[in-house]
Design a protein. Structure first.
Length: 553
């Protein structure tokens, strides 16, 4: 039996795809737009001391003598070594004036020496002295705290002195204003309301169950069971919440939301309240009716603007029904959105499409993007053979990360330019003549033309915008499916949808076009689509049906 318990060696040959950290960073950098890339570069410069911004004040005053060191690192400079090792580091370079005095100023700092960095500091000082710098050299860095600088990057985490204890201060974010959300606004009102602790607790539960529109998504029974509350207390808490601002908040359906607003804003308009109670659907606008709550005939009459049928059913004049409907239209069916507004998104073009004598050209928008270089100080430390082992190991690690980042940024630029050049070759008519000339184009076609995987093209155009004669447009909008057009040619799906929308905008509101009529008009133009396809496109563009668009006289 002991033979079965003996360890055995099993060999297995397998192939696996492994994403290296450099490849993962390349994929993530490619998907960043211009604003996100700028933020990422700023964070990397803070985390990696080897990276410097070209023209930064951190460069020495004698930088004119260091033409090789001060030059920005280009794609040719970093593309030679695929492993990311800093093989391009120059062997010798003039020393930075003033760096020695910065190191000397750190010699008096007890905390710097006590943290075990004396040897690293001494070696850096000795290397710079050998390069020709002297402590008496005039420099702009006399006030530079070298102790804090090296503690930031080389600290072991063991704080042994009281003077290094950090005093907790409020963060800068606490002083920035932030938009007030619906839950914050209701909580503020709840704190100012006089009620018992149980009702207050239930009200907090109700606030937590409100959606973005301000509707209550949980039933009263679920709220009562969740905390073992009395149903009467739940009703009292809901009634209290429905009196808060904005009017109509905490309603359970559309009818209740509008009735709460009418009872406060226009309590004498009984006809409007009756129309809301009997003619409006329970669901919110845009939602599909459920089998449990089917629409009544009055609801369908209201949605189709058939006021005569409503007036006949309620035994009221048509003019009174129209005035009641006008009062209802002034109400807010989504009261919570005024506090749950979507923040405005800042869009800056990542590329420019410009036409010159040679045709359309692609230009990257690199305004305000930091131009990176490798720090001359750390490059000289890497060139010395007798530098301290810990210093060389740390600097080499930072150099590898910095060069990999520079390669990935340059690869991102190269990929985006090639993809945009392929887009221009296919969509030149769109750039010259307008949106109606948009041609069908698939991501797979561009990927085959550029010689990359389709996922690479998808990342290259994700959340990126181009400045064109037709305005600032998203790169992804240049890609569209095709449908059969006149003479057997393909037509862009976006162009077809735009054509359907234009037909509907130009129709007679008294006799709107049906989906079948739109399909026949398209067929006359040589675009062959079915009625169901037209209905699908119309629903995708959120265009109402024929009955809902018809205006009754």
């Amino acid at each position: 039996m002991g033979n079965f318990l003996q360890p055995r060696l099993h060999l297995k040959v397998a192939q696996k795809q492994i994403l290296t950290p450099g490849l993962v960073q390349m994929v993530s950098v490619l998907a960043l737009n211009r604003l996100e890339l700028r933020e990422m570069i700023n964070q990397e410069m803070v985390a990696n001391p080897v990276l410097e911004e070209l023209g930064d004040d951190a460069s020495a005053p004698d930088m004119e003598e260091e033409e090789d060191d001060s030059a920005p690192v280009s794609s040719q400079a970093v593309a030679g070594d695929e492993s990311g090792a800093p093989a391009e580091v120059p062997a010798e370079a003039p020393a930075e004036t003033g760096a020695v005095s910065a190191a000397d100023s750190a010699a008096d700092e007890d905390g710097f020496d006590a943290d075990g960095h004396r040897e690293i500091r001494d070696h850096i000082r000795q290397e710079l002295i050998k390069e020709g710098a002297t402590p008496e050299s005039a420099n702009p860095f006399d006030e530079f705290d070298a102790s804090a600088f090296f503690n930031q990057y080389l600290d072991t985490g063991a704080e042994t002195h009281r003077e290094h204890e950090e005093i907790e201060r409020p963060s800068f974010e606490t002083f920035l204003s932030s938009p007030q959300r619906l839950a914050d606004h209701l909580t503020w009102q709840l704190r100012s309301t006089v009620c018992n602790d149980t009702v207050r607790e239930i009200a907090e539960v109700i606030i937590g169950n409100l959606d973005e529109d301000g509707y209550l998504t949980a039933t009263l029974e679920e709220i009562a069971q969740s905390g073992g509350y009395d149903p009467e207390d739940v009703e009292e808490a809901l009634a209290m919440m429905q009196e808060f601002d904005p009017l109509g908040v905490a309603a359970r359906n559309l009818r209740e939301c509008l009735l709460l607003q009418l009872k406060t804003l226009d309590p004498g308009n009984k006809l409007a309240q009756q129309v809301v109670s009997e003619c409006l659907p329970l669901r919110a606008f845009g939602e599909t009716p459920s089998p449990e709550q089917p629409d009544s005939p009055l609801v369908r009459h209201f949605q189709n603007n058939q006021f005569k049928e409503i007036a006949r059913a309620l035994n009221r004049p048509v003019e009174m029904i129209k005035r009641a409907v006008d009062a209802i239209k002034r109400l807010d069916p989504r009261p919570g959105l005024r506090y749950n507004k979507t923040e405005t998104r800042v869009v800056e073009p990542d590329v420019y499409f410009r036409k010159n004598e040679d045709g359309w050209q692609v230009f990257m928008n690199e305004d305000d993007l930091p131009q990176l270089r490798l720090s001359p100080i750390y490059r000289r430390l890497m060139a010395r053979d007798n530098a301290d082992k810990d210093v060389r190991s740390y600097v080499k690690e930072r150099f590898t990360a910095a060069i990999q980042l520079l390669k990935n940024i340059e690869q991102r630029k190269h990929t985006i330019v090639r993809v945009c050049q392929a887009i221009i070759r296919h969509q030149s008519d769109y750039l010259d003549l307008g949106p109606d000339q948009l041609r069908p184009l698939m991501i797979k076609e561009v990927a085959e033309e550029v010689g990359v995987h389709p996922s690479t093209v998808s990342r290259a155009v994700a959340n990126k915008y181009a400045h064109t004669p037709q305005g600032v447009v998203e790169l992804r909008s240049f890609f569209s499916e095709s449908v059969q057009g006149p003479g057997g040619d393909s037509v862009s799906l976006l162009t077809l949808k735009r054509r359907v929308r234009k037909m509907i905008e130009e129709e007679d509101s008294l006799r709107p076009l049906t989906d079948d009529q739109i399909a026949k008009k398209l067929d006359e133009e040589g675009i062959h689509v079915t009625r169901r396809t037209v209905a699908k496109y119309r629903e995708d563009m959120r265009i109402p049906s024929t009955h809902q668009r018809r205006v009754k006289t």
